[in-house]
Design a protein around this ligand. Sequence first.
Ligand code: F6P
Length: 754
Amino acid sequence: MPADGRGSSGVTPISYKEFFRYGIFGLAVAAIVAFGISPFTGGIVQQWSRSDVEARSKLVFNAIQPLLSRDVEDQAWDRLSDLFKRVALDKKILAVGFCDPEGSLLAPTPEMPASFSCEKSAKSENESFASIASGGRRILVAAFPISSSRGRSYLVILTDLSFAAARSSQVLAYLLAALAGVVLVLTVGTIIFAVLMMRGWMKALRRAVEEVRRGAQGVPLQLGGSSIDREIHKLLRSAEQVTFTSQIDWTPKSLQEVLQSVLPGAEVLVLSNREPYIHNTSEAGTVVQRPASGLVSALEPIMRACGGTWIAHGSGSADRETVDDHDRLRVPEAAPAYTLRRIWISEKEQDGYYYGFANEGLWPLCHIAFVRPTFRSSDWQMYRQINQRFADAVVAEARAEDPIVLVQDYHFALAPRMIRERLPRATIITFWHIPWPNAETFSICPWKAEIIEGLLGSTIVGFHTQFHCNNFIEGVDRFLESRIDREVQAVSLGGHETRIRPYPISIEWPPRELEKLPPPTECRSSILAQFGLAEDTRLIVGVERFDYTKGILDRMRAVDALLSRNPAWTDRLAFIQVAAPTRSKLNAYSKLQAEAEALAAEINERHRGRQPLMHLVARHYEPSDVFRLFRAADACVVSSLHDGMNLVAKEFVSSREDNAGVLILSSFTGASRELSEALIVNPYDTEEIASAIELALTMPIEEQAERMKLMRQQVKEHNVYRWAGTMLVDAARSRTRERVLGLATKAGHGVKQI
Ligand code: F6P
C-alpha cells in the first residue's frame, strides 16, 4: 500500500489515523454527555443522602424518646449526657444535644460545633431539619420538640453531610466510566463493520470497472443486491455499452441509436455564431441561404439526426420575419427536424464581438498566416457581453438541468464557464474549429487566462488534432494555476475537471447533395459550357470563403508559374476559383479580394490564348453547385496557409464516386493527417504547388483511382456522424463517470481514476 494510505486500486480504506480520530470523537461525545448530566446526578445523590440522614435522625429520636423524657423530667443531666454520648458513637452522627425551654444547650457531646445556637436551630413547633455551615462542612441539624411540665425543649442531632458530596462524585465517576465503555464498544464495532462492508463492496466495484475497461463483455458482475449495488451495476453496464460503440459503422441511424442508448432522453443544445439557415429578402421575396461554413456543414446533419435546439445569431435580413414570438423556427422547412433559436445582435455589438475580437483578434492569433492580431479592450467587452447573451439563451432554452450543450468555435470561448455557473450539471462539449497556437504565440493575447478559464468550464474541449490539444495544455500550464493530468489529458480547475480530446471533424457520408446531381461526365459538360470553355479543357478548381488563411493568391501564382515554365498548357487549362465573400468589412479581407481580382486579370493577360485561364467567381455557391464543380474537375487545390481541418478537401473526395480527380492538399491542414493519398504540398512554395498541379494533370487514371478509393474509404469511415458520435459517447462516459464517483463519494470513498 502506498505511503498515503491509499490502496493500489485507488480506493481509500479507513486509515489508523481515521480510526483513532473516530474513537477520540466518540469519547469526547461521552465526556460532553457526562459533563452535561453531572449537575443533575450530584443533586439527586445529595437529595437521596439528606433524606437518608433525616430518616436516621428520626429513628434515633424515636428510639431514645422514653429515656429522654424520663431524664428531662428528673433533670438527670448526667444520665442524659451518657445517653447522648452513646448515640454519638454512630459514625454518621456528629453531635447530639438538648435545648431547654430557655434556649440553653445542655449535655452537648464533645463534637458539638462551638458556633451551634439553640436560638437559631430549635424553635419550630414540629420536627425540623436545617443545614448549617461550620468549619467548611455542611451539617444537617435535626430538631425534635419534647413537651414537659417545664415547657417545650428540643433534642438536636447534628449529622455531617460531607459524605453525601463524596458519594455523588463517586456515582458520577462510575457513570462516566460506564458511558465511555459503551461509546468505545459502539465506535469500534461500527468502524469494524463499516470497514468490512466497504472493503467488500469496493472490491466488487473495482473488479467490475476493470472488466468494463478491459472490454470484457457479458461477464456477470459480482455485486450484491442492495439498491446502491444495483445502481452501480446499471451504470457500469451503460459504460460498457459506451466502450464498444467505437466500432460502429456511423450513419444518421446509428448515431440516433447510440444517442438513445448512451444518453437516453438527453436534451441536445448547439451554440454557434453562424446559423444553418439564413433568411434574406430579395426581389423574388424571402430566400433561404445555406452559409459557406464548415461548422454548419458538419453540424447540420447531426441536428437532423438527433433533433434539439440550435442557438445562433440571426444574421439574415428576413430572419426576424420568419421566427415565432420566442425567436424560434423549425428547420429545415421541408422536413422540420430541430429548432433554430435566433439571437439578435446589433451592428455595434457585431463590430466588437464578431469582426473585432473574434475575427481581428482570435482568428489571426490562432492561424499562422502572418496577419497581425488586433486586440481592443472595447471589442473584448463586447465579446464578453455577447457570450453572456448566448449563455443566457442556453439556460433559457434548456428544459433539463443536465442538457448536452455543444458549444462551437472561437466565438464562444467564455460561454462554457458562464453556462456551467448557471447549469452546473450540464455536459458541455466545446469544439474549437480552428487551430490552437503554441503557448508562445498565444501569450500575446491580453486576455489569455480568461479565455482558457472560460473554456475550462466545459466537460470536454475538442480540437481537430492531437497537436492542437497539446498546444492547449501547454497554454494552460503556462498561464493558469491548475492541475494537469497528462496521462488522461485532463485539466482540473477549482474542483472541475475538463478533458482535452482530438475529434477530427468530417462531412456526412454519403453527401445529400449527390442525390440530386447528374454523373461526373454530365457535370463536367455543364460546367465547361457554363464557363464557355472548350470540351478538351483540363479543369482545376478551388472553393472557399475569401479568407487570407486559405492561400488563394498562392495557388493562383502556382498556376501562373506552371504556365510560365510550361507554356504548352496554355489553352488546355482553366482554373475556376469560387470564393464566397466573407467578413468584407475588415480591411484584410477586402484587400485580399481586390488583390485576387487584380492577380487573376494579370495572369489572364500574361497567358492570353483562345480562352481565359483564370475564372474567379467571388460569390456564394450553394452546396449543390459546389459539388457539381467538384465532379467536373480534374484536380482540386486546397492550399490553406493554416487550417484546423478543411472540409473542402473531404467534400471533393466525397463527390467523386467515379474515383477520378486528384486532390492537392496543404500540409498545414488537419485534413492532410487523414488524406495522405492526396498530393501534399507546402502552400508557401509556389513551384511545389505548380509541380503538383502538373503531376495531377498527368496522373494515370488508375493511380487517381487508387488514391481516391483510399481517401474515400477514410472519409466514409471517419464521417461527421463518427465525429459527433465519439463526442457524445465521451459525454455519456463523463456523465457515467461523474455518477459513479458521486455514488462512491456518497458511500464515503473516493475513486481515483476509472
Ligand atoms: O473554420 C472555422 C469556421 O467556423 C468555419 O466553420 C467557418 O467556415 C468559418 O470559421 C466561419 O465563418 P463565418 O465567420 O462566415 O461564420
